[in-house]
Design a binder for this molecule. Structure first.
Ligand code: OAD
Length: 276
């Protein structure tokens, strides 16, 4: 089935010489061992209560339980740092090398694995931020800062000590810093999360490749819908059908059902060859 679809994609691509936008979600990092956002591993206990990621990842939770939120993020950051980019991440590096300015990567992932694999910062929009960075919790400045090296790997539920709190401060005003990620009770903006640039890229995309996303967040839904309306060729890669696979199929594109690490290397080769 996948082979038949790959042959069809080969033909579909022959008339497409414009920009190729790749939209990735947590599924592309699943084979690197990073749990997906809505998978079963995301729960977190604070005091006597269990919280879902949708409750932990909020400004409201940060305001009421800043240490618990930092513990959660520092543990997640440890998982991300221990993980290695997989074949799907590497395939996207090859695609960027081949397409250069015709390539753009829009990622919902905060794990930084695309950058570690070798995609260039100027062609990645990290629309939900990056777990390796922090910024002022009181928003005194727009600057973002790498989380200091003194913050080492964390065990699950390892409490923060005084030194950690001191390291996790805004270097400008001294207030507590916060993780540089978009929370569920916050809005996308251009400066931090590239919302306008992403929409513009979607409107100009000739091909939109979505990989490993459940299509549950606002900006990705807009990106795929706009690209479809403008006549882009949509290709979705996911082991499970999802809103984006349905849009791809109903707009004349393709749904490649399977794991990103297995499908992307071959798909990227086909895209690359069709563009030479
Ligand atoms: P989800 O966890 O919602 O969905 C992961 C998707 O990956 C699912 O559709 C899985 O079927 C698919 N998947 C699993 N394993 C895969 C594999 N090996 N190859 C390809 N796909 C695979 O993650 P996202 O759609 O990325 O946002 O949504 C995550 C966002 O939701 C986060 O960025 C977060 C949350 O809203 C914010 O915090 C603002």
């Amino acid at each position: 089935m996948v082979n038949t679809l790959l042959n069809r994609i080969r033909q579909d691509l022959s008339a497409r010489a414009g920009s190729i936008v790749v939209l990735t979600g947590a599924g592309i990092s699943a084979e690197s061992g990073i749990p997906t956002f809505r998978g079963p591993e995301g729960y977190w206990t604070v005091g006597s209560r269990e919280y879902r990621p949708e409750e932990m990842a909020t400004f409201r939770m940060y305001r009421s339980h800043p240490s618990a939120v930092w513990q959660w993020y520092l543990f997640r950051r440890t998982i991300c740092q221990k993980a290695q980019p997989n074949a799907a991440h590497h395939a996207l590096v090859d695609l960027e090398k081949k397409l250069e300015n015709r390539f753009l990567l829009i990622t919902q992932n905060v794990d930084g694995l695309h950058i570690r694999a070798g995609n260039s910062l100027k062609r990645i929009y990290q629309i939900h931020g990056n777990i390796n960075y922090m910024r002022c919790g009181a928003a005194c400045t727009d600057k973002i800062y790498m989380i200091p090296d003194s913050i080492k790997e964390r065990e699950k539920n390892e409490p923060l000590c005084e030194r950690d709190h001191d390291a996790l401060r805004c270097p400008v005003c001294g207030n507590s810093a916060r993780p540089h990620v978009l929370w569920f009770d916050e809005y996308y903006d251009e400066q931090r999360y590239r919302v306008n640039s992403s929409i513009k890229a979607a409107a100009n995309a000739d091909v939109l490749l979505s990989v490993g996303t459940s299509g549950a967040t606002n900006l990705p839904i807009q990106i795929v819908s706009i690209a479809a309306q403008r006549g882009a060729l949509l290709i979705d890669v996911n082991p499970n059908s999802n809103p984006f696979s349905e849009i791809a199929e109903s707009s004349g594109g393709s749904f490649l059902k399977g794991k990103a690490g297995q499908i992307l290397p071959e798909l990227v080769e086909i895209i690359g060859n069709s563009q030479s």
